[in-house]
Design a protein around this ligand. Structure first.
Ligand code: DCM
Ligand code: DCM
Ligand code: DCM
Ligand code: ZN
Ligand code: ZN
Length: 265
């Protein structure tokens, strides 16, 4: 996602934090966040091109084999070097420092929190599990209405941007409010299943990656080959997918942080 997507995921997550999480996150956030996790959720994108952070740039996605439309950890996350592996890794870092374990390794837990929050958003962007051959849609040149771009950017930014202009008076807080309302009404019965994770696991990113490539094949790549002009039909039919993925990302980030920071026995 672009900045607006990441901001939305983290803002939604904040609304589902349990008290232990509120306290732990507040302690870890940098000063400039001003107490808002959402304010720092794009930080991993801001630094990924700097020489000392270039090693993180492959952790934003997990490309999958062309036209397979499925995801497998062992095949698509070699040496744990992908978004799924990164979510496991940063979850483990935060776990090892919170409470019971006597870790002697001192990770930068502020960075761990910002990476985990960002990557939990990215794994829900369908094209972050897109095909390896087109770099998750980056190589597919398309027009978004009159604007020349690529399919990946349509899903990172353009659909959200057009939704803001068309439906939300260009106000991101209004779009987030609308997602929060949907979570409390239409999606309320789904939220417990989105929150759930296998027994004793703090993070469960593998199913999120599988959902993403399935959605990429059914919605993102569909009728969007190179040279296509994407307009009203594509926008109106794909926006619900984008909105649901932002909401799921927020719920799952909150649920993961709640499991990491819980002091309950
Ligand atoms: N905002 C935005 N895009 C971002 C970050 C913030 O549109 N990447 C907007 C939404 C917030 C406003 O700026 O309502 C101020 O943010 P804050 O809640 O941090 O004061
Ligand atoms: N994995 C990991 N770190 C963890 C949990 C899992 O690196 N803490 C990796 C190794 C497994 C893969 O994820 O091969 C799938 O794990 P699972 O099926 O338990 O989610
Ligand atoms: N990306 C991806 N798969 C790739 C390469 C990049 O999903 N094989 C994503 C990461 C960014 C976007 O595409 O969100 C643009 O990548 P970059 O910033 O590296 O140009
Ligand atoms: Zn992206
Ligand atoms: Zn990213």
């Amino acid at each position: 996602w672009g900045d607006d997507g990441h901001y939305s995921v983290c803002k939604i997550a904040q609304g589902y934090f349990e008290e232990d999480t509120v306290v732990a996150v507040k302690k870890l956030l940098p000063e400039y966040a001003d107490g808002e996790l959402a304010a720092v959720c794009s930080w991993p994108d801001e630094i990924k091109k700097l020489p000392q952070w270039r090693w993180t740039s492959a952790l934003h996605f997990a490309d999958t084999p062309d036209y397979k439309c499925n995801y497998e950890y062992s095949r698509d996350c070699p040496k744990d070097w992908c978004v799924t592996g990164a979510i496991f890794n940063y979850t483990n870092q935060l776990m090892s420092a919170s409470g019971n374990s006597q870790s002697i390794v001192h990770y930068n837990l502020t960075e761990a929190l910002m990476f985990l929050s960002h990557y939990m958003g990215d794994i829900h962007q369908p094209l972050h599990e897109g095909f390896i051959g087109d770099l998750g849609g980056n190589k597919i040149k398309v027009h978004w209405y009159n604007h020349e771009t690529n399919l990946h950017r349509v899903w990172d930014d353009m659909i959200i941007e057009s939704a803001l202009v068309t439906y939300y008076n260009s106000s991101l807080p209004r779009m987030i409010q609308s997602l929060q309302t949907k979570l409390e009404n239409g999606w309320s019965n789904d939220v417990p299943s989105w929150e759930s994770c296998q027994l004793n696991q703090a993070a469960c990113p593998n199913p999120y990656a599988s959902e993403s490539i399935d959605l990429a094949c059914k919605y993102a790549y569909k009728n969007a080959t190179a040279g296509t002009t994407l307009g009203d039909y594509y926008f109106v039919s794909r926006l619900p997918v984008v909105e649901k993925r932002l909401a799921q990302g927020g719920i799952r980030l909150a649920a993961t942080l709640n499991r990491i920071f819980s002091t309950k026995p």
